[in-house]
Design a protein around this ligand. Structure first.
Ligand SMILES: *[C@@H]1O[C@H](CO)[C@@H](O)[C@H](O)[C@H]1NC(C)=O
Ligand SMILES: *[C@@H]1O[C@H](CO)[C@@H](O)[C@H](O)[C@H]1NC(C)=O
Ligand SMILES: *[C@@H]1O[C@H](CO)[C@@H](O)[C@H](O)[C@H]1NC(C)=O
Ligand SMILES: *[C@@H]1O[C@H](CO)[C@@H](O)[C@H](O)[C@H]1NC(C)=O
Ligand SMILES: *[C@@H]1O[C@H](CO)[C@@H](O)[C@H](O)[C@H]1NC(C)=O
Length: 469
């Protein structure tokens, strides 16, 4: 840390000296108006230099202002999603609703974010022409948050829906890579090609959430109502947002950990092969089957949070290792699932999600997704044994997550690679270290299996030049 700030201060000194010399030079040779403008320029420069000094602290949760949007009618069944990740007295922000919440939520629980009721839109001149009034109400929550003047020390605004689930430690980790004193718009497009095609490939989808650095928020709020007038015919709020930001000269920076989840059905294949990046958000729980077999939707969200509350850095991160003696491959998606294949597969193949899900837009020929997939297979050499996350324990040296088989595979063994069936296995226990996983680094693993019904996986750093195949 010390060396860049040292260089900054040396540079600052040089610039200061040069600008002082220049000012004196101007004093002698040019007229007064020009001198005064030069003088102002150099003092602005000095102030900027001081800001770039070493005082800057690392990002933490208190620097994030959450702008959450929902409706009072939906609160009853959506509250659990927000409650699963909201940390009272640590996370900052509000949930914006259309009308006052009903009596049954009075008094408002301290486990919820404080609620605000959105301003009446009818005061806007453009009101009769708005293509989507609900979305414009939602959009103005950014402006209304700013007007609350609760932004002391805030570096980022993070927007989300009432059915977005955030992994806030990872969010802090991802945002800390960016300079919050510059203008940044950070999020991810949809998983479904057609969604991006119909809206935009250059927008952050709102349910997956997105982040705006504070200087960008300041620029946006001044312009927000004008922008609504300019684009009153736009239907989707997140699309509108991308247009407003584009006109402010800011384009989207993609972060793979945000998930709009424009998918239908069983997303277990998707969650078992995630990109190597901190998991930041999940969304659309009501259009997918519950994340875990045998659980309801809210229950499954709370269940996945049990792992996330211990170690967010490894959430859904995939590690792959092989048992050469039996020609098996193990693949864990930490905190969610383990797959065992009765064959040796390379990582290059297993990092593709198994297409257990369906695309958001029905009909038409493929391609559907912004990523490559593997088909669901009934071939015993290709189909994995599935195990799902059941529990997490913290031990002295590390963390142990356990995964159990929820249904039999109903297949013969893979004859091609030696007929060694993994059917006897019921439980996989995965050991990981207490230190967080570095953001974009893949972890390797080893398997211990002595023929009983339990196998152990131990996550570790990959060796130099290790081949995962
Ligand atoms: C977060 O950083 C601020 C400085 O910006 C500091 O005052 C505060 O104590 C930190 N909070 C935590 C929880 O570390
Ligand atoms: C939050 O802080 C307030 C005041 O410090 C305290 O009364 C309350 O119990 C805290 N709430 C939680 C959920 O920790
Ligand atoms: C295997 O068979 C059982 C009982 O018929 C069934 O419940 C289960 O879903 C089947 N498993 C798979 C992976 O098809
Ligand atoms: C696996 O078992 C099948 C049927 O018993 C047999 O035909 C095949 O040769 C076996 N494969 C290996 C690699 O042993
Ligand atoms: C592993 O699979 C290969 C084929 O890929 C086969 O030749 C070999 O015999 C198998 N090893 C065992 C121990 O079954």
């Amino acid at each position: 840390m010390s060396s860049p700030s040292y260089h900054t201060s040396i540079l600052c000194k040089y610039y200061l000296i040069i600008s002082l010399v220049a000012t004196f030079f101007m004093l002698f040779f040019f007229n007064l108006t020009y001198i005064s403008s030069q003088y102002v320029d150099s003092s602005i420069f000095t102030m900027k230099c001081e800001e770039a000094g070493p005082k800057e602290t690392t990002a933490n949760l208190s620097h994030l202002m959450f702008v959450l949007v929902g409706s009072s009618r939906a609160w009853k069944h959506r509250r659990t999603y927000i409650e699963s990740w909201w940390r009272p007295n640590a996370t900052r922000g509000n949930i914006f609703l259309d009308v006052e919440p009903s009596e049954e939520f009075r008094p408002w629980s301290p486990t919820f974010p404080p609620f605000k009721v959105n301003e009446d839109l009818r005061k806007l001149r453009i009101y009769p022409k708005l293509a989507n009034r609900v979305h414009i109400r939602i959009y103005r929550s950014i402006l209304e948050t700013y007007r609350l003047k609760q932004d002391d020390g805030v570096r980022w605004y993070v927007t989300g829906d009432d059915d977005s689930v955030f992994f806030v430690d990872n969010m802090v980790d991802v945002l800390s890579k960016y300079d919050h004193t510059e203008k940044h718009y950070i999020g991810m497009f949809s998983e479904t090609i057609k969604s991006n095609f119909h809206f935009s490939f250059d927008m952050a989808f709102g349910g997956g959430g997105y982040a705006l650095s504070y200087p960008l928020v300041e620029a946006l709020v001044e312009e927000l109502d004008n922008c609504i007038e300019r684009y009153h015919y736009i239907w989707a709020v997140d699309h509108l947002q991308s247009l407003c930001l584009a006109d402010l000269g800011v384009d989207l920076s993609l972060e793979k950990g945000f998930h709009q989840m424009d998918l239908y059905g069983d997303i277990s294949g998707f969650l078992s092969s995630q990109p190597t990046a901190p998991l930041v958000s999940l969304h659309h729980f009501e259009t997918v089957t519950p994340l875990f077999p045998g659980m309801d939707r809210p229950g499954s969200v709370n269940h996945i949070m049990k792992a996330a509350n211990v170690d967010q850095s490894r959430m859904l991160q995939q590690s792959i290792c092989h048992v050469r003696a039996s020609n098996w491959t193990f693949s864990v998606s930490w905190g969610y699932s383990v797959h065992i294949y009765e064959k040796i597969f390379p990582r290059s193949y297993l990092k593709l999600p198994i297409e257990t899900f369906r695309p958001w837009w029905h009909g038409g020929p493929p391609p559907f997704y912004m990523f490559n997939t593997r088909p669901v297979s009934r071939d015993p050499c290709e189909a994995p044994h599935w195990f799902f996350f059941v529990s997490i324990e913290q031990e002295k040296e590390g963390v142990v997550t356990s995964y159990k088989r929820k249904f039999p595979r109903n297949m013969t063994s893979c004859s091609f690679s030696g007929n060694t069936s993994a059917d006897p296995l019921t439980t996989i226990r995965v050991f990981s270290s207490k230190t967080p996983k570095p953001g974009r680094k893949v972890e390797c693993c080893d398997v211990e299996y002595e023929g009983a019904n339990v196998a152990y996986m131990r996550l570790r750093d990959c060796r130099r030049h290790e081949i995962i195949a």
